[in-house]
Write a protein that binds this ligand. Structure first.
Ligand SMILES: [Zn+2]
Ligand SMILES: [Zn+2]
Length: 530
């Protein structure tokens, strides 16, 4: 069984999401949390169960050490191994209206919960880290953790999963009005970072609000977005944080060049209004009019920003997004070609962070569906590429993978004796975040450093994770194929009509026919995936 505190803490924290919208109801305070991600129960890999005493993450000090890395033990921090941390958590049971009809459950029977249920109580709990942080690595892996109850709580939440870097929201990401940052959480954040050995200037990467679109046309909305953005940047500077990740935004109905001009102006103003913080633009999946699917768009944006500010513009590669946008990150050649393009178009000095997510949808699908590491279409190979890329050393690598699981599977090691009960038909189960998923993924990723991808160890891991994600991948591949077929049919229909109309126009040149032809052509333009 997991530590009591870990299970209780699990109720307090919600993982991040950039998935397509899911049906859910979250109370007001949960806006401070990372949003929940819809997820199926995905079996955890056995060898990365939480047990720091048996873990053997690689230590990457020198390349010459690589052969011996796997035998080196995690250095448990004395304070982590010595004692329990007592903290007061405001426990919140969040509401998730999520179908888990295909959830597989080990151990206890699923407790079906009401779709809407909110409970708050104060509880004194004990929290023991799920794993110790690995010391001496060049790769700084962590996750987007909750800052519920104050930004300072993110520090311990990251420590809890053994993260050497972390992301957080600095304020509610789903509402515009937020109280200013108070002195107390600010001071606690600074103190805890120091105590726990997190260099906030390097390895803390807040995520901006989903509401903010600096590229939008509407004047009033644009000002609102800019004010919120600059407020976040000021919060970063107050907290000693240098990197700030945000989405480039969307052109909406306007043209991409116009949108880039607006984004560049807003960014330039924000840079002149601040001193040290580095806004970090995240690569996106290229859906619709979203900016940031193609790396060339970052090149075009940089060209619109005065040179003196370039040192303060960063890019964050989200592996799921860039893969969904069409880039091959799986084959070593494709991965190297992607980085070459990054270097040629943008410049590697702008690469300041990574978001590590596998993808439930295939390459080029333009769908933003994060999967657990190794279970999606990227697979473990892609993350082997990432974890052994020298250009990624020393920058924060943040997991945004789904961790919501049915309650009986959370945190505790899966039962090896009990068989999963038959799932009740058509029931909805309240999922809870299982932080041990992130702890295991961090350990898994760290273990890939220096691992031979042709070794039996790697192949076994790869095969096991591949199998875990099979069902989900097949489902999304099917959806993708249907989408492509529908697009093809639509295109063929449009072309057919266009041809017919051309003939008609040639013959009669009727005004009505001309208008219809134009409409059909318009329907086939643009991305309509997801
Ligand atoms: Zn994001
Ligand atoms: Zn991301």
């Amino acid at each position: 069984m997991p530590p009591r505190g870990a299970r209780k803490a699990a109720l307090d924290v919600v993982p991040p999401t950039e998935d397509s919208p899911i049906k859910r109801k979250i109370d007001e305070e949960s806006n401070l949390l990372s949003p929940r991600r819809q997820s199926k129960r995905i079996k955890s890999i056995e060898q990365f169960r939480i047990n720091p005493s048996t873990s053997s993450p690689a230590i990457a000090r020198e390349s010459a050490d690589r052969d011996t890395r796997s035998s080196q033990k995690t250095q448990s921090q004395s304070e982590e191994s010595a004692g329990l941390i007592k903290e007061e958590f405001e426990e919140k049971e969040q509401t998730v209206d999520t179908e888990v009809k295909d959830a597989r459950v080990k151990g206890q029977a699923i407790t079906t919960a009401k779709a809407t249920k909110t409970r708050t109580k104060k509880d004194q709990i004990e929290m023991q880290p799920l794993r110790a942080r690995t010391q001496g690595l060049r790769m700084y892996v962590g996750a987007h953790v909750s800052a519920a109850g104050g930004v300072h709580n993110a520090v311990n939440n990251s420590k809890h999963i053994g993260g050497n870097a972390f992301a957080l929201f600095l304020k509610s990401q789903r509402k515009w009005d937020n109280p200013p940052l108070q002195d107390e959480p600010r001071d606690s954040f600074l103190r805890l970072c120091k105590e726990q050995g997190y260099d906030a200037a390097k390895y803390v990467l807040p995520h901006g609000s989903y509401l903010v679109n600096l590229a939008q046309e509407d004047k009033a909305k644009s000002k609102q977005a800019y004010d919120s953005f600059v407020d976040d940047l000021h919060r970063c500077e107050a907290l000693g944080i240098k990197l700030y990740n945000f989405h480039p935004g969307s052109a909406n109905q306007s043209s991409l060049p116009d949108a880039l001009v607006r984004l560049a102006k807003a960014l330039t103003n924000a840079l002149s209004a601040t001193k040290t913080v580095v806004p970090v633009l995240e690569t996106m999946c290229g859906h619709g009019s979203t900016i940031g699917g193609s790396l060339s768009e970052f090149r075009d944006l940089l060209a619109l920003i005065p040179k003196e500010y370039h040192a303060r513009i960063g890019i964050c590669i989200d592996t799921c997004h860039s893969f969904a946008a069409g880039y091959d990150l799986v084959s070593p050649e494709g991965f190297q070609a992607f980085l070459k393009e990054f270097e040629d178009l943008i410049g590697i000095q702008h690469l300041r962070a990574l978001h590590l997510n596998d993808s439930k949808a295939p390459r080029g699908s333009k769908r933003d569906l994060h999967a657990n590491i190794g279970t999606g279409f990227l697979g473990l190979r892609a993350f082997h590429n990432v974890m052994n890329e020298p250009r990624f050393e020393g920058i924060p690598m943040i997991l945004e993978t789904p961790i919501d699981r049915p309650p009986s599977t959370s945190n505790g090691p899966p039962s090896t004796t009990k068989k999963p009960p038959k799932k009740p038909a058509a029931t909805k189960t309240q999922l809870v975040p299982d932080f041990s998923v992130w702890a295991r993924e961090i350990e898994l990723l760290e273990s890939l450093i220096g691992m031979d991808p042709e070794s039996s160890k790697f192949r076994e891991l790869e095969a096991e994770l591949f199998e875990e994600g099979r069902e989900t991948r097949e489902k999304h591949m099917e959806q993708h194929k249907r989408k492509l077929e529908a697009d093809e049919k639509k295109a063929a229909k449009g072309q057919g009509k266009q041809k017919t109309l051309m003939e008609m126009m040639t013959k009669s040149k009727t005004k009505k026919a001309s208008k219809k032809g134009h409409d059909d052509e318009s329907e086939d333009e643009g991305c309509q995936s997801c």
